[in-house]
Design a protein around this ligand. Structure first.
Ligand SMILES: [Zn+2]
Length: 343
């Protein structure tokens, strides 16, 4: 068995004594790592308790990765964004219509500063083992190659900051039709905020490990998602990332899709000396036959995946994104976690 770590995400944190009970349940489910989804509201409001929750997880034997969940609606996640509430500028802009979008533009100094302060403060104030970059993306476009669906030709970001940066570099106005220069520009700028923040985190605390988790898409000759992180070579080669991770695949997709994504994830990680991570859908949808979970876990293990992760604790039980048998899904993932770790 190749798998060394098994992670589960956890949100809604606040009280240490409540988290303690939940951590005990995670350990019973074979989890070795908790991915703490820290929202902008948590950081703004619950800040005194975050370091205590990290310490409690450590005392109980769990590794802790901090996930700046949904921050600026730049990372994936359902949470709301204080940055967007408090800033009417520094938003991504539609290339086709010029309208401002409900996503922070991560190429602006305003959001880059905000994001770095968020992460560096959490790194300084807590004893977390690392950070988890959770599905970073431009607002547009996405395609059917993604589980999130919705093909579109419009793209972002064509805000004044991006347009000026593009002009300064390429010497002509940023076009409205996405050409190769725009693709290169978007990849390069998208990587900068994560690379720069990861470097500063490691300068602050060398032990911090960084996982970069990008959307699990086909990215072939015909279909790419173009959300800024679909050039896996570029992402996996970043010297400040330790783990290259690709996100959840719906249980409803063909098994071959799992094989394809996993083979490319492991290959990209190995090529650049990183660990690989694959995800299990532990919320929203459950497989028609729960034996599929065993089969997918065996596939990941046989293909050399180093780490497993699942969203989320208790299968999202009690939320709008819970599948019909959320607790059974959580138990099935736990059974598999224990099996691969030989507990
Ligand atoms: Zn922009």
């Amino acid at each position: 068995m190749a798998i060394k770590r098994t992670a589960i995400s956890y949100y809604g944190l606040g009280y240490v004594e409540h988290a303690e009970r939940d951590f005990a349940e995670m350990l019973e489910h074979g989890c070795s790592t908790v991915i703490l989804a820290v929202t902008e509201f948590d950081f703004d409001f619950w800040r005194p308790n975050i370091p205590k929750i990290v310490d409690k997880a450590h005392q109980m034997g769990l590794k802790v990765l901090i996930d700046p969940w949904g921050i600026g609606k730049y990372f994936g996640g359902e949470q709301v964004s204080l940055f967007l509430q408090n800033n009417i500028e520094n938003r991504q802009v539609s290339a086709f219509t010029g309208e401002k979008l409900p996503h922070a533009c991560f190429n602006t100094n305003s959001f880059r500063d905000y994001f770095q302060r968020f992460c560096l403060n959490l790194a300084a104030e807590t004893d977390a083992d690392g950070f988890f970059w959770d599905e970073p993306h431009y607002g547009f476009p996405k395609a059917y190659a993604s589980i999130t669906g919705g093909a579109g030709d419009d793209w972002s970001c064509r805000c004044p900051v991006c347009m000026k940066k593009f002009y300064d570099y390429y010497g002509y106005e940023m076009p409205k039709i996405m050409n190769d220069d725009v693709k290169q520009f978007r990849w390069r700028e998208a990587l900068f905020i994560l690379s720069d923040t990861s470097r500063k985190l490691k300068e602050l605390k060398a032990k911090l490990e960084i996982t970069c988790c990008v959307h699990a898409t086909m990215n072939n000759y015909y279909v790419t998602e173009q959300r800024g992180y679909d050039n896996w070579d570029m992402v996996a080669s970043c010297p400040y990332f330790d783990v290259f991770s690709t996100t959840i695949i719906s249980w409803e997709l063909p098994f071959h899709f799992f094989e394809n994504i996993t083979a490319r994830t492991v290959a990209a990680a190995k090529k650049y000396g990183k660990e690989s991570e694959r995800w299990l859908m532990g919320y929203y949808k459950q497989p028609a036959d729960f034996a599929l979970i065993d089969k997918v876990v065996d596939l990941y293990d046989s293909m050399g995946v180093d780490r497993l992760a699942s969203w989320t604790y208790r299968g999202g039980y009690g939320t709008v994104l819970a599948p019909p048998d959320a607790l059974k899904l959580w138990d099935s993932i736990g059974k598999n976690y224990k099996r691969v770790l030989k507990k």
